[in-house]
Design a protein around this ligand. Structure first.
Ligand SMILES: Nc1nc2c(ncn2[C@@H]2O[C@H](COP(=O)(O)OP(=O)(O)OP(=O)(O)O)[C@@H](O)[C@H]2O)c(=O)[nH]1
Length: 353
């Protein structure tokens, strides 16, 4: 029962959005620095209460910063919330709405959605809105308790506005960077094979179809190589799956190194690779396949335990023909590959009919 319960415990917030807590830590540093500036500013403006409030604020940010470092996120976020809400409220009540202290409350809007689940964020947002409006209405009915000179008020307003602008810009830039890198990662995951880094089958099919369309338009020759590691099962069986994986990675690297930058290379199946060679005639493609075969043959292959092993590859070569669809061109390369295997492996065969 207790185990079932612990299995259903929700994932801690930090693990869901680690970058958010990183930026929250940075915000604690910035906010504490701003509060130190406020301490001196309000002393100069002869507002000791507002000045000493900042000592409390800095202490709260320091504790929140340390709590974030220890992954005590709930404590940290409570402290940050309390600091901003009380500080903004006191600032407005003591020197007026014109101080611009209320702008700091708005900074919570994006942070709420990133740090909470949707339902909690909506409730907190409603509460924040209520507090903001209540503060505004309150200042309609009362005068500031510790007014400062109009020039000083303008200075405080401009300072607050500038800090909020700077912090929003920082947060926006941070989110933009995060989204861009997440998109890049997703695209990479959707198009590449995670083990070898080559294109995956789905993306290769898309790219090869595009090459086929280009071939139909321009008639430029386009060749196919299907490459298959020989007796790969034995490597797995004798040295383990992990050793097999390392071989796949290295073979992928060698194929890539031997072909041109514009050639498209994919992991087509378990130990099978497909390369599409644009603007390449059959005999050149055959020479490329031979180059790959020889490079693999002359490479020194070592197992994780340092044992030397032989790795060879067989290949089949074909090219697009006028009436082709993608499958028929690949099938011809496959048949040529089959002849390589039948003929003793470690060979390159070219399509016949
Ligand atoms: N380590 C590892 N092995 C894989 C992976 N994908 C497929 N395989 C293995 O690749 C082996 C392919 O075996 P077979 O199809 O019999 O081919 P082969 O042993 O290379 O024999 P020939 O192709 O006839 O020379 C199988 O044992 C699969 O389990 C992978 O991602 N990692």
């Amino acid at each position: 029962m207790s185990q079932a319960k612990s299995m259903s415990v929700r994932e801690p917030i930090r693990e869901r959005r680690p970058q958010f807590w990183q930026v929250a830590r940075r915000c604690c540093q910035i906010a504490a620095t701003v509060d130190v500036a406020f301490f001196f500013l309000f002393h100069l403006l002869d507002s000791p209460i507002l000045a000493w409030i900042n000592v409390v604020s800095v202490t709260m940010y320091v504790v929140a910063y340390r709590a974030l470092g220890k992954q005590q996120n709930r404590l940290a976020i409570t402290l940050i919330w309390a600091e901003v809400i009380i500080h903004a409220g006191l600032g407005v009540v003591l020197i007026g709405w014109g101080s611009g202290f209320h702008y700091y409350l708005l900074m919570f809007i994006p942070a709420l959605f990133v740090s909470m689940r949707l339902k909690g964020a909506v409730v907190a947002l409603a509460a924040l809105w209520g507090y903001y409006v209540a503060l505004y209405l309150l200042m309609w009915f009362i005068e500031p308790l510790q007014p400062i000179a109009p020039g000083a008020l303008l200075g405080v307003y401009l300072f607050n506005l500038s800090v909020v602008f700077a912090m929003f810009s920082y947060l926006s830039f941070f989110y933009l960077t995060m989204v861009t890198s997440a998109n890049r990662k997703l695209r990479r995951m959707a198009t590449t094979d995670s083990l070898t880094g080559l294109f995956n089958r789905r993306h290769m099919t898309y790219l090869a179809e595009k090459e086929l369309a280009r071939f139909r338009r321009s008639g430029h020759p386009t060749a196919f190589l299907v490459l298959d590691i020989d007796h790969f099962k034995t490597i797995n069986d004798q040295y383990g799956h992990e050793a097999g994986d390392r071989v796949l990675e290295e073979v992928a690297g060698i194929i890539k190194a031997q072909l041109r930058a514009q050639d498209l290379i994919a992991r087509w199946g378990g130990e099978e690779f497909l390369a599409v060679l644009p603007d390449t005639q059959l005999h050149s493609a055959q020479a490329s396949a031979e180059r790959v075969r020889e490079a693999l043959l002359s490479h020194v292959w070592l197992t994780p335990s340092g044992e030397r092993i032989d790795i060879t590859i067989s290949a089949g070569v074909s090219e697009f023909r006028g009436e082709d669809d993608l499958n028929s061109a690949i099938n011809r390369a496959d048949r040529a590959l089959y002849r390589s295997k039948e003929g003793g492996r470690n060979r390159v065969e070219v399509e016949t009919v």
